[in-house]
Design a binder for this molecule. Structure first.
Ligand code: K7E
Ligand code: CUA
Ligand code: CA
Length: 640
């Protein structure tokens, strides 16, 4: 306890003894970076402001009165809980967790037949996977802004992409990417590269981070490894094509004109060992010419890998030296970059340095010029490469020309002006591109501003995903909450508004105006092929050892008071909730049979299980629904 006290005291002093300590430990092993710690950031950086200084007025905005609604939705990746989370902002209240890749006990995800079908099963009917690792979530676009149709989220462990319907906030499809390991970055396109009538999302791009032998026959010669950049159809969720590249894919960004997608690479060295991945001074941000890739696929200029039928085009450096026919373009950026983000003025992609204390601003019109053979050197597309501080990871925007980049090692957010950074890079050493810095608590990864990656960036709120919360919340044993901090960016200076503890371990998120979504609270009965539309259809039908039990729920009763099956029967129970009232959800649990799931208003769900030992099993409603909720039961009578 004394230690903790001393640490807090140190934290309160301006020289931040513990922060320095943490930086030093984080730097161990990052050869070449240690030297940077002594260098002050250039660009006329103002001194770091004290935590929460002057946050009085703004802090009130995040404290909503009882009954007050938030003005923004936030969609958060849950990390290795495998879910997507829905937050209300500015309050930071968690409203929902949407299970995708990992079973969920509240709703019965991974237990109902419907959710198992989406998640994928083995031949024996059990789930293929019950772990996941979600990092990035992005939503569908129309006219450069979110249209409220879908969101997508990645599973890094098993290279799966899940789609979430934003009308019901449920995962409706999951696709596994063939020949990809470590599927990391994900971004939908914002319009079609050729057809001007398609000004909305039709493709989702997925970056494969870990290079592997293709096909994966297990050679240990890393020089033969490659990564694939995949394109998934937004509607069918089928793979459209893949591009084989040199190096790896990390994060993904897409241009507003639909013509370009890009991924940053930290391992152009193609090292299989950690040391080897940091040997080169510069890595790359790889651009993909979408229209050309699709022409190549149409022209049959592709191969397939292993048992996959997905067309794979060649995007390696060797095959793409001629700008006029190139499918890819490798813009160089300082070593081991991280996030790549598209500015809302539609002009730039910004690649954060990670091991380099810089951000690289890449001008999209110049990349297109290079593809047209009008720019001699591809690196001529680099509009700026400026120093920001230590460990830059991800960047957000306010729509007023400023960028906000997280500095992982400095535990800060730096606000900088993109035009001034370009001027500074061009030689105007008086251009003060750093506008402000603010301490965050601690070690921030992702950052995003309200509406940041849309044409409607509104510069109101900035959320920062801090990877360590340390002393910011009551201690709860060894596993700390993470700290999502909210910052007011409406003024010149950033103002820290609130700390929000979150269960580990979110990465990326998006924040958008609540008007952009029109969620529904009651399902449509006809959307479920198995729906039991009338309580009179309830009953038990037998086909050998296979038994189907149909039932409905209407508060406070199930349509069957009891049902009989035999020991060892394969029972499929179908339950339709006929209640039409908003917020009237029922649950259905069977003791001893590992069954529990919910049915929302007008929803149908089913489970299949083997009837156990003879006896009486009280099936009961698990979801509080009525004054007689406890009485809402039915008996499963298992006969010998
Ligand atoms: Cu920076 Cu997976 Cu987006 Cu996490 S990655 S922080
Ligand atoms: Cu139905 Cu509780
Ligand atoms: Ca590298």
């Amino acid at each position: 306890m004394t230690d903790k006290k001393t640490e807090s005291l140190q934290e309160a002093t301006p020289e931040l003894g513990r922060r320095r300590f943490f930086n030093t430990t984080a730097l161990v092993g990052l050869a070449g970076l240690a030297a940077c710690t002594e260098k002050p950031a250039s660009g006329g950086a103002p001194a770091a402001s004290a935590p929460a200084a002057g946050s009085h007025g703004a802090a009130n905005a995040s404290h909503l009165k009882p009954g007050e609604l938030d003005t923004y939705y936030g969609l958060w990746s849950g990390g290795h809980t495998g879910d997507m989370r829905v937050l209300g902002l500015p309050s930071g209240r968690e409203l929902l967790r949407i299970p995708c890749f990992v079973p969920d006990a509240l709703v019965g995800w991974g237990h109902t037949n419907e959710s198992k079908k989406i998640m994928g099963t083995k031949a024996d009917g059990n789930l293929r996977y019950s772990v996941g690792d979600t990092h990035h979530t992005h939503a569908s676009y129309k006219d450069g802004n979110y249209d409220g149709r879908y969101a997508w989220i990645n599973d890094k462990i098993n290279s799966r992409i899940a789609r979430i319907r934003l009308d019901y906030f449920v995962c409706d499809k999951i696709t596994q990417l063939p020949n990809v390991q470590g599927f990391h970055g994900i971004f939908p396109d914002k319009r079609d590269p050729v057809d001007p009538a398609i000004n909305y999302t039709t493709r989702v791009f997925c970056g494969g981070e870990f290079s592997i032998p293709l096909p994966n026959a297990g050679t240990d010669d890393a020089k033969q490894y490659h990564s694939l950049f995949s394109c998934v159809d937004a509607e069918t969720m089928e793979l459209r094509w893949q591009v084989m590249i040199d190096g790896n894919c990390d994060l993904v960004a897409t241009s507003y004109d639909g013509k370009l997608a890009a991924t940053n690479q930290y391992n152009t060295e193609m090292g299989a060992k950690y040391e080897d991945m940091m040997s080169a001074e510069r890595d790359a941000c790889v651009f993909f010419n979408i229209a050309r890739i699709e022409e190549a696929v149409k022209a049959g200029k592709f191969k397939t890998i292993g048992s996959s039928k997905v067309p794979v085009v060649d995007g390696t450096r060797a095959a793409n030296g001629d700008a006029k026919s190139a499918l890819t373009a490798y813009v160089s950026v300082p070593k081991n970059p991280h996030g790549v983000n598209a500015s809302p003025d539609q002009k730039y992609f910004i690649c954060a340095g990670k091991l380099s204390p810089t951000a690289t601003v890449i001008e999209l019109s110049k990349v297109l010029e290079w593809f047209d053979g009008k720019l001699e050197k591809l690196d001529g597309a680099i509009a700026a490469e400026v120093e920001l501080g230590l460990g830059p990871l991800h960047t957000a925007f306010d729509g007023r020309g400023n960028a906000y980049t997280t500095l992982f090692l400095d535990s800060q957010v730096v606000k900088w002006n993109v035009d001034k950074a370009i001027a500074f890079h061009k030689g105007d050493k008086n251009a003060k591109y750093v506008v402000d810095r603010i301490d965050v608590h601690y070690q921030p990864g992702h950052i995003n501003a309200s509406q940041s990656e849309t044409v409607a960036a509104d510069g109101k709120y900035l959320a920062v995903g801090c990877k360590f919360s340390k002393d910011r919340f009551l201690p709860v044993g060894p596993l700390h909450a993470e700290n999502e901090q909210l910052i007011d960016i409406s003024g010149e200076k950033m103002v820290l508004m609130a700390d929000h503890p979150v269960r580990g371990e979110p990465h990326d998120f998006i924040i958008f105006k609540r008007e952009l979504l029109k969620p529904k609270q009651v399902y449509n009965l006809d959307d479920f092929p198995l729906a039991v539309k009338d309580p009179k259809e309830s009953g038990v039908t037998r086909n050998g050892k296979k038994v189907t039990v149909k039932m409905t729920s209407q508060a406070p009763a199930f349509s069957l008071r009891e049902f009989k099956v035999k020991k060892g029967d394969e029972v499929t129970l179908i339950l339709t909730n006929l209640d039409k009232v908003e917020d009237l959800t029922h649950g259905f649990a069977i003791p001893g049979h590992n069954v529990n799931f919910i049915v929302n208003p007008q929803e149908t769900a089913s489970v299949t299980f083997t009837a156990g030992d003879p006896g009486v099993y009280w099936c009961y409603c698990t979801h509080f629904c009525h004054a007689l909720h406890l009485e809402m039961r039915t008996r499963m009578i298992v006969e010998a």
